[in-house]
Design a protein around this ligand. Sequence first.
Ligand SMILES: C[S@@+](CC[C@H](N)C(=O)[O-])C[C@H]1O[C@@H](n2cnc3c(N)ncnc32)[C@H](O)[C@@H]1O
Length: 241
Amino acid sequence: MSDLTPEEAFLTLYSDLNREGPGAAADLGWALSVAATPAEARICDAGCGSGADTVTLAKERPRAQIEAVDKIAHFVAAARQRTAPFGARVQVRHGDMAQLDGPYDLIWCAGALYFLGVTEGLKGWRPALAPGGAVAFSEPCLLPRPSQAARDFWAEYPQISDVAGIRARVAAAGYRVLGEQMQIGDAWEAYYIPMAKRIAKLRPEATGALAAALDEAEAEIARWRAAPSEIAYALMVVAPA
Ligand SMILES: C[S@@+](CC[C@H](N)C(=O)[O-])C[C@H]1O[C@@H](n2cnc3c(N)ncnc32)[C@H](O)[C@@H]1O
């Protein structure tokens, strides 16, 4: 596996992983309940990756129409395969989550809104929300009195703030907070433990770009292991004010 491009190396690492970012199935039930998403809702999974949460949304709301979107064709193909058993009520689109039509009762966005920016993304999604609709998103969050290990983990995301800072970015978009909870521990294990196993499997044959991708992922996991009780996403359920 020595001739891979950096993009191919990235996709090789992520192949066969259940999800592409931290998250736990139980959090979707909580968010659907806080958002009071109706049984026959129209729901969007924005930045769905390979569709772990799309599947959970389809199970949690068996009469809902679910549309998922991601910009990486490889993830879209994986998500289509995983959601095929749900039939036509689940559609996965290859596209830009900045361009959503709707109208949606819920836009779910796990570990992806930071690509648009919280304020910018929420403002852009406002016209895609149905009356009474809500957005649920997870966003990196600094806990009080972060250690140097926690700051090191987030060094490549200088926009990170505490939860008050996230609330301020939500308010700046013209939204109010319906509910919030921290994702610490389980949600991160669900992402990093399978990834560590995937790295161990690929390592013996890895050279070049793939070896570099494995090194980078391994270093990230080591930074998380240095402070797992301090590394958090805030899961925010918000609606237009
Ligand atoms: C950290 S992953 C999270 C994936 C998935 N939500 C999960 O939790 O497993 C972020 C995803 O957002 C997607 N993404 C980033 N910017 C996007 C955009 N503008 N439009 C569509 N997808 C985007 C990436 O391709 C990637 O699959």
